[in-house]
Write a protein that binds this ligand. Sequence first.
Ligand code: SF4
Ligand code: MG
Length: 325
Amino acid sequence: QQILLEVNGLKMHFPIKAGILQRTVGHVKAVDDISFHVKKGETLGIVGESGCGKSTMGRSLIRLYEPTDGEIIFEGHDITRLSEAKLRPLIRRKMQMVFQDPFASLNPRKSLVSTLTEPLKAHGLYGNSKERVERVKELLEVVGLHAASLNNYPHEFSGGQRQRIGIARALVLNPELIIADEAVSALDVSIQSQIINLLEDLQDQFNLTYIFISHDLSVVRHIADRVGVMYLGKLVEIADKDELYKEPLHPYTQSLLSAVPVIRKKGVKPRERIVLKGDIPSPANPPSGCIFHTRCPAKMKICETVMPEFKKVNEHRSVACHLYK
Ligand code: SF4
Ligand code: MG
């Protein structure tokens, strides 16, 4: 399988300014030295608690920010520091985002048809407005909305319908990669599964690649092929989904999964709930050594001072923890 996106040592550090002179007094390490790849046609899930940097990571991939360090390679092109003019033809069409709250990301004064034809116009696709409207009608059908709603405004749609609009807007330019950031988190459970099924159908139909960011491990289990776990700006484990859910290696992954409700099976011992002590430390002042050592139930002496490398433990799996050599 071809690699679509490769991320090497990505860092997003935001300066903290203070005083009248607004001097930089430190940095929030929102994303700190992350490496992974995404294969064409797969879904990579990214999980972690709020504040772990997963949204910032997603947004830096589509270059909403310029990374502090590292590399982002998309379809073989290094896009890490490209100017907006160069990004436009290369990335702005091919990478799209779907956000948690489609209502907030839709302009309330724009009808559905103008929301969806605008990107086509901006990218100079399709000759005239009639052709653009045709494309949009086609698309509405694809995402399960009525072509009759073309002239409706965002407030006239339900939450689930708005997320379908959000998805249509992401699809309108025929992208390769869609980054979904908590795309179903604000929806009712029954609507969640409709939207997830829609995303899966679209993936098959258009050979799309997804990065699916969520704090909800049950949702990610449903949709992802591989899963990466983030804690305090770092990727601590990445693995094939089945392996990760069956046997999490990193103590943080173990604690996250222990909180996921499971259906009891006869003869299978339920996973014991691991409750972590303490709070997540500040990303402005992360702990020395292993970033998880202040809360890790398996902490050893070495963990306080030596940062574990993010290492491959087998063909499909990497983990950053001194327990694994
Ligand atoms: Fe826990 Fe040490 Fe592993 Fe960090 S390196 S997760 S502190 S055992
Ligand atoms: Mg899939």
